[in-house]
Design a protein around this ligand. Structure first.
Ligand SMILES: Cc1ncc(C[n+]2csc(CCOP(=O)(O)OP(=O)(O)O)c2C)c(N)n1
Length: 572
């Protein structure tokens, strides 16, 4: 007698969760960062079958998990993956998505969503992520049909890495993840996604050559996401052949070795006035990769809007970014590796009219790097130079937002591609998780997280994550017992009316020790180098608290001077 449904009972089944994990494996994902939630238990369960291929790094806060995924995207050029629960988890994680968007970083945020049958009732922790992340993500989708998981994941990887890279958010309804479906009905898993980028045309390259060859005072600003070691090497060859001075866009200071004789400094917040002058006076400007956003243009003051005085060649990976603020004379949509390879071969004039200007610009950078004396017993500029002298060239140094970072940007020199992890979005709380992610990705590289006391406390619970996974990051906390950047603005606009910027802090060394990490305090410049040595050789995560005075507001100004400058500005 024939058995009813014999084939159905024996047919292999799969789940949405299994297909999600299969797609991660197919894309070579090595680790995911998460805070668990009941909404995506099925994904955790599938991940538990793949521990040989994918490490699950469990974090203490979703902001940190998302920042870690973002940092992996910055470091590797392939999307970092964060997994969070619905509502509260997704809202916490949103800062990492915002940073990935502003920094053009490939990243995928996977969110457990309420079950399909509960949707649109404002069920427990329900959010419509398409609306929530609409402006913040490059693409947001919800996968309602488990059979189509392979298609959505493949698209997510492609979108995150291609054109102008960015974050993708995928909402995964709980029952879609856990319900069994016949394996034969599911789409096959796509092969690993490839980055899709345009290349410039031969005519465009010829025009680049003509414009540069006709220049008297050309200048290059390089940066943006999308470089790789080969692209950087090609770029270096190009600027050497053409003897061009090079500035690096805000927080993309590791695109060219800063010790290179053509390096002119960073084009970011607190720019060297001599460099700003050089850029303003340039006749041909090649912007290679950066967006020319607010921080790279001195708050949109470096160039005329919409038509720059300089002949502008703007190369960007996304067409939508060209002409956004500045109407370029020669806009080029291209991947950076693609154009760098062609630039390396671009025939250069034997005796360029601007010969010697790169050397002058580099000299000016050296002068700018010399630390100025600051109030108090710790000279942060010298500390940054000591840090540079002790760290290997490929060490990764991370930071978040705060005036403390201006000493790093000004006095430290980045010598290796992707040795800087810092948010152009200006997000506090980034440096600590980014450093932990970097150490998990490159265990043999030295990783240092520089943070202000405010910045550090936004992610300090992740010390537990560093301990849990044996990730020996050195955390340096510059403690001035206030939100110094905001106090600076406060003194400038509302002199002597200090409100909402004071902080009472823990004993940071004891705090680190309570996690089992090494911790110590530095109160003079001379104490830093030996403390760094002990931290680097502690054999466990280590924290150095550097106590500085509030008066040391920026590398060039005291609070008192800022207050006075504010008064003058208002004509008081
Ligand atoms: C997530 C986030 N919240 C608030 C701000 C606004 N903000 C910018 S810098 C800053 C103070 C940073 O303080 P701290 O880390 O102690 O560094 P400091 O400026 O004192 O060197 C604040 C509150 C921000 N950029 N990011």
């Amino acid at each position: 007698m024939q058995q009813p449904n014999a084939s159905a009972t024996t047919e292999a089944t799969t789940t949405g969760a299994r297909l999600v994990v299969d797609a991660l494996v197919a894309n070579g994902v090595e680790r995911v960062f998460c805070v668990p939630g009941e909404s995506y238990l099925a994904v955790l369960d599938s991940l538990s079958d793949e521990t040989a291929k994918i490490e699950t790094v469990v974090c203490r806060h979703e902001a940190a998990a998302a920042n870690m995924a973002e940092a992996i995207g910055k470091l590797t050029g392939r999307p970092g993956i964060a997994l969070v629960t619905r509502g509260p988890g997704a809202t916490h994680a949103s800062i990492g998505v915002h940073t990935a968007f502003q920094d053009s970083t490939p990243m995928i945020l996977l969110i457990g969503q309420v079950a399909r049958e509960q949707m649109d009732r404002e069920a427990f922790q329900e959010i419509d992520y398409r609306r929530m992340f609409g402006q913040m993500a490059k693409w947001v989708a919800q996968i309602d049909d488990a059979r189509r998981v392979p298609e959505y994941l493949s698209h997510a990887f492609h979108v995150a890495m291609s054109g102008r890279p960015g974050p993708v958010v995928l909402a995964l309804p709980e029952d879609m993840l856990s319900g069994a479906i016949p394996a034969s009905e599911a789409q096959p898993i796509a092969p690993s996604a490839q980055r899709v980028q345009a290349s410039p045309s031969a005519a465009q390259m010829e025009r680049v050559r003509e414009l540069l060859a006709g220049a008297k005072k050309p200048f290059v600003i390089a940066g943006g996401h999308g470089w790789n070691p080969q692209a950087c090497a090609d770029f270096q060859r190009f600027v050497e052949n053409w003897q061009l001075p090079v500035g690096l866009a805000f927080r993309f200071q590791d695109t060219l070795n800063n010790d290179h004789p053509n390096y002119a400094g960073d084009v970011g917040l607190g720019i060297n006035p001599a460099l700003a002058k050089r850029i303003r006076e340039a006749d041909v400007l090649l912007a290679l990769g950066p967006r020319l956003g607010e921080s790279t243009t001195g708050g949109y003051t470096l160039f005329d809007i919409p038509k720059t005085k300089q002949t502008l060649i703007h190369v960007h990976q996304g067409a939508e970014e060209l002409g956004r603020v500045y109407a370029a004379d020669l806009p080029i949509v291209s991947g950076l590796a693609e154009i760098a390879a062609l630039l390396a071969e671009l025939p250069a004039p034997a005796q360029p009219a601007w010969g010697g200007s790169a050397a002058q610009a580099h000299e000016a950078w050296h002068a700018w790097r010399k630390p100025l004396p600051m109030p108090g017993d710790v000279q942060l500029g010298e500390v940054m130079q000591q840090l540079r002298a002790r760290l290997p060239d490929d060490a990764i140094v991370t930071n978040g937002a705060g005036n403390y970072a201006t000493w790093l940007h000004r006095h430290f020199a980045y010598r290796h591609f992707r040795s800087q992890l810092a948010p152009t979005s200006g997000a506090m709380g980034y440096g600590v998780p980014a450093a932990i992610a970097a150490k998990s990705q490159y265990p043999s590289r030295t990783v240092v997280a520089l943070a202000g006391d405010g910045c550090f406390m936004m992610a300090s619970s992740e010390l537990a994550t560093a301990m849990q996974y044996g990730l020996n990051v050195v955390f340096i906390v510059v403690n001035n017992a206030h939100y110094g950047t905001i106090r600076m603005h406060q003194e400038r606009h509302y002199p002597n009316r200090v409100h909402g910027t004071q902080l009472t802090n823990p004993d940071f060394a004891a705090f680190a020790q309570s996690f089992g990490a090494h911790g110590e305090v530095v109160t003079t410049t001379a104490q830093f180098a030996p403390a760094l040595e002990r931290a680097l050789t502690a054999g466990k995560p280590a924290l150095i608290e550097i106590r500085v005075t509030k008066e040391a507001s920026t590398p060039a100004a005291t609070l008192e001077q800022i207050r006075e400058a504010g008064r003058k500005m208002r004509g008081e």
